[in-house]
Design a protein around this ligand. Structure first.
Ligand SMILES: [Zn+2]
Length: 412
């Protein structure tokens, strides 16, 4: 069976059904601050050490995310990010601690749902998106489809604000969809839609927002045709950018290449690689900058946050705040209309919904934090308590941790 842009038939296929299996795992994966790293449960022979290693790594990452979010409590420009994880939203002010075997997390805490600014919510959201892209690509592959993957950027300089530059980028991209040559070429190639990731870095030439489109077709695209389509898209985009008073983007900075489907994890990881990491590793299409040992010229927003937090650099804090305000409310990942249905990944949950989703249910609650204030003052404690309990529900270790750190708890 082949994909057909006019007749969405994928939803009922056996591959499409696999989405139903991914849904329940949302609760597991969506709490990136509570889920074990991928493969943590799959131990090779003698794998206990590996598993412990993964737990330690997972704990450390959780602490990093919580501590970075704790910085936002004081310094974010976004009111919701100042509250995320800092306050209980229950009527009695208590917060449940839950573990369901796969994840450990809290129930009854404020969440902000910011994929751009919040390290904790970002992790949850990107985990769900990563799964969705994985299923979408598997379905595309199983049905004989093909894809091209690229990058679109604008030329910019350090005098331009992020808000201005990202708006010009968005405008230029909207022009692509309205271009007649592009439309004709797409129709010839069996175009079915696209997923686009929006990313931002900051470097010597200022803000560098860019889009990564993953363009999908009902059959693997001919490389020549893909190159022709790319050229037409570039022309439409460049005309839009110039119209907005920006310099023509460099052809070299725009790429589009055929994708080898079947190694889908790589792409889905790639698409959600703006996941929070303090190092910001693997953000760029080529991470040559970080590998070469040369002075890093480009930083991710998470690195700006990290620098502001650890060094108190006011310039970096200013950049971080500008970024927060410019990106607020934008989508990090955009599916073209009808594509989600066609690829069997169903209705899209909003970032806010994903971030607010709590793991397990009341029965998974081991004890309650009666007074959140000590954690609201010291974010590391919130991660520490989860690290002690672990997804397996080590409640005695949790009680011990709470007692040691002055966190008042009550039984369920
Ligand atoms: Zn948040």
């Amino acid at each position: 069976m082949h994909l057909d842009s006019r007749e969405p038939r994928l939803g009922g296929s056996s591959v499409g059904n696999s989405t139903r299996q991914t849904r329940p795992t949302h609760g597991v994966e969506s709490h990136g601050d509570s889920a074990p790293p991928r493969g943590a449960g799959v131990s090779p022979a003698g794998g206990e050490a590996v598993s412990l290693d993964n737990n330690a790594k997972s704990s450390r990452k959780r602490t990093d995310r919580w501590v970075a979010r704790g910085f936002n409590w004081k310094y974010s420009e976004l009111p919701r990010c100042r509250k995320c994880g800092r306050f209980a939203v229950t009527t009695d002010g208590t917060v449940g601690v839950r573990a369901d075997g796969n994840s450990v997390g809290y129930a009854g805490l404020a969440t902000c749902g910011s994929v751009w600014s919040c390290p904790v919510c970002n992790s949850r959201i990107q985990n769900v998106r990563r799964l969705e892209i994985g299923v979408a690509l598997a379905n595309l592959h199983a049905n004989g489809g093909g894809a091209g993957f690229g990058a679109i950027t604008v030329r910019h300089n350090s005098g331009q604000s992020l808000l201005q530059t990202v708006n010009v980028l968005t405008y230029g991209i909207a022009r692509i969809a309205r271009d007649k040559t592009v439309a004709a070429l797409r129709a010839e190639m069996g175009y079915i839609g696209r997923v686009q990731a929006l990313e931002v870095t900051h470097g010597a030439h200022g803000w560098h927002p860019h889009r990564h489109p993953l363009v999908m077709f009902s059959a693997p695209p001919d490389p020549g045709a893909l190159a022709e389509l790319h050229l037409a898209e570039f022309r439409a985009f460049a005309a839009g950018v110039i119209r907005k008073g920006y310099e023509s983007p460099l052809d070299l900075a725009q790429v589009m290449m055929p994708v080898q489907l079947g190694s889908d994890d790589v792409l889905s990881d790639y698409f959600t690689k703006s996941s929070y990491t303090a190092e910001g590793a693997g953000w760029e299409l080529t991470s040559s900058q970080s590998k070469s040992g040369r002075k890093k010229t480009s930083r991710t927003p998470w690195q700006l946050l990290e620098s502001a937090r650890t060094t108190g650099d006011m310039d970096d804090l200013e950049l971080w705040n500008e970024y927060e305000l410019a990106m607020k409310g934008r989508r990090a990942l955009t599916f073209s209309r009808g594509l989600r249905d066609l690829l069997g990944i169903g209705k899209e949950a909003t970032d806010e919904q994903i971030a607010a989703e709590e793991i397990g249910d009341r029965d998974d609650t081991g004890f309650r934090v009666m007074n959140w204030e000590p954690i609201g003052r010291n974010a590391a404690l919130g991660a520490g308590l989860l690290n002690a309990v672990t997804p397996a529900g080590n409640w005695s270790a949790g009680r011990e941790y709470a007692a040691k750190h002055g966190i008042e708890i009550g039984e369920v």
